[in-house]
Design a protein around this ligand. Sequence first.
Ligand SMILES: Cc1cc2nc3c(=O)[nH]c(=O)nc-3n(C[C@H](O)[C@H](O)[C@H](O)COP(=O)(O)OP(=O)(O)OC[C@H]3O[C@@H](n4cnc5c(N)ncnc54)[C@H](O)[C@@H]3O)c2cc1C
Length: 391
Amino acid sequence: MQLNEIRIVIVGAGIGGLAAALALRLQGADVTVLEQAEAIAEVGAGIQVSPNGASVLGALGLGDAFEAATIRCRAVVLSDYRRPAEVLRLDLTKHAADQRFAFVHRADLIELLAKAVRQAGVNIRLLQKVERVEPGSPPVLQMCSGARITADLIVGADGLHSRARQALNGTARPFFTGQVAWRAVVPNDQRLPDEARVFMGPGRHLVCYPLRDGAMVNLVAVQERQEWAAESWSHTDDAGNLRSAFAGFEGLPKALLNQVDSPALWGLFRHPVARCWHKGRVTILGDAAHPTLPFMAQGANMALEDAWVLAEELSRAPGIEVALDTYQNRRRPRVERVIAAANGNAWKYHLRSGPVRSAAHLALHLGGLVAPARMVRQFDWIYRHDVTRGD
Ligand SMILES: Cc1cc2nc3c(=O)[nH]c(=O)nc-3n(C[C@H](O)[C@H](O)[C@H](O)COP(=O)(O)OP(=O)(O)OC[C@H]3O[C@@H](n4cnc5c(N)ncnc54)[C@H](O)[C@@H]3O)c2cc1C
């Protein structure tokens, strides 16, 4: 299908919406992005981009800019919360030498996407909040301002609390997982190397990695608890709460936590993958279609994959509805599998009973000594999946 005859409106200028805007524009479509915020901005935090997401950025012509903005992750290292000795070290330079796992500041990734989107001729309109999506013919966006906007195709990339998802699937019922995450960025006074470090404690774990040429460290601290927290990064918490939740963590994690000022706190919720990804000429992608827990660091990577596949299917199908159907069929099984892997991951870091923890850590340690390559390759199905080559 000739996309240059199609007017597409994308709701949301997050990683998914901007990547889709660029992918669709490069196929010739007339694209507008509507964003509710007054500026294209991101929370001050890091994100891990794995090779499956990076290959989309490369295919969109952003490979060099992306490489310049990121740090290459050299190893993943797991440690117990009280001991300096490493439980497991997976050397990615050795066992995944041909792949680039990257750490990037979210604001830097958003900025490079937004710049490329604007240069490609996409109109990004700010302060445009969508109130309701009406998937009729033509589909309509009812704006909070009272305006009504129509398009040949509407793409809901409006994140977790998506209006577009609601229009296609009704109101979702997420449930609190009993886990919260704090996020913070601190100066890299501890000279953390280019590695992802995970410190595992009973009922909690801390992940850290460097950002921006190693000047900063990104921290994500996850705790199991019954006390509910809202699902949004706009809630800051007292750093004392974070430190007391991680009391008992010694050495490097303790030093990093002592540097935190005002962390953001996020309640982790489980959402089902949307049953219906399109209706008429409205579709959804990224967190709007499939919010994921952060335990495989795949939410944004899946949004990048979605963006590519949506544009590719639209460019080669005879009509929009057929393309949207193929898009859903190609993406849904994959994101379901990735999300299931993320859902199953947290408990492995959080074992409470002393003997079980010791046995599990010993098994990890031995696995790392005997078969490190196999441990790295167990997730090849995620990281070596390349949608730009038709996967
Ligand atoms: C603790 C934590 C750590 C994470 N770490 C990683 C990681 O390392 N790697 C990874 O791949 N993923 C990670 N993720 C997941 C990742 O952040 C998300 O999956 C990703 O940002 C989703 O992108 P998106 O574009 O779909 O949605 P969003 O980033 O949420 O963007 C949605 C956009 O739509 C706009 N919008 C919303 N509603 C409206 C409306 N009504 N009208 C107009 N505009 C609207 C919003 O303002 C926003 O700009 C993490 C998540 C968490 C919670």
